[in-house]
Design a protein around this ligand. Structure first.
Ligand code: SAM
Length: 218
């Protein structure tokens, strides 16, 4: 799942993971987890409408995405003209209440974006192959403030019927990936009818599972 893999996806006219509306878990859990936050991090953000949803609700949405087509089409589709600041190997696109970093996520650090009281991971961890997940999870947690909350969306399906991405990641693996945290399942929702791709695969089950993760205090 390197740049080339995702670029092949972004050169196509549509991307199967892209939603034209904000994610249902973000809107459902907005008042409980996001509404009172100043800033929210959306890692591996693609051109998600979650950025606009948060921004329109008065929250600074900070995204990180390494594909220029995704970043540029997000701002074009949103009819926003960003102010672009280029650094050595990354660029920051800023518009009112939205900041998207065009960069490899692993090349973004606290010096760039600080820490967050809320992070929403949708189609980010589950987009990564097993060998990348541990480094990703560790890096993601470096952005979580001590009292902050990470809301993580995973996918649950029969692995004999589909190979990822999105990958199936069970709770045991999540616990290994995020040590020294409390992990609570908040919700589960079937999305099998939500996209022709899932219906074509004739999956017997496809659920999204939402977890709340926060650091154990010492
Ligand atoms: C499955 S998509 C999900 C996008 C978005 N979260 C959404 O919900 O629509 C995964 C995205 O991660 C991006 N990506 C993958 N690896 C990355 C990395 N190391 N750094 C930054 N972006 C990355 C891909 O270009 C792709 O847009």
């Amino acid at each position: 799942m390197d740049f080339e893999f995702w670029n092949n996806c972004w050169v196509k006219p549509t991307q199967p993971f892209h939603l034209t509306k904000p994610h249902h878990f973000l809107t459902e859990y907005f008042s409980g987890y996001f509404a009172d936050k100043k800033r929210v991090l959306l890692p591996l953000c693609g051109k998600t409408q979650d950025l606009n949803f948060l921004a329109n609700n008065g929250i600074k949405a900070v995204g990180v995405e390494f594909n220029p087509r995704a970043v540029e089409s997000f701002f074009e589709d949103s009819q926003l003209t960003p102010e672009i600041t280029s650094f050595d190997n990354k660029a920051r696109y800023q518009a009112t209440n939205i900041e998207v970093w065009l960069s490899d996520f692993f090349n973004i650090h606290q010096d760039d974006i600080g820490q967050f009281q809320a992070i929403f991971d949708r189609a980010a961890l589950v987009a990564l192959p097993p060998e990348m997940r541990s480094e990703y999870a560790k890096h993601l947690l470096s952005f979580l403030a001590p009292q902050g909350r990470l809301l993580l969306v995973t996918m649950d399906y029969n692995v004999e019927q589909m190979s990822g991405p999105p990958f199936y990641i069970d709770k045991t693996e999540i616990a290994q990936l995020f040590p020294n945290t409390h992990i609570k399942q908040l919700a589960r929702a079937s999305i099998i009818q939500s996209h022709p791709r899932w219906r074509e695969l004739e999956l017997s089950r496809l659920d999204e599972v939402l977890y709340e993760i926060h650091l154990k205090t010492v």
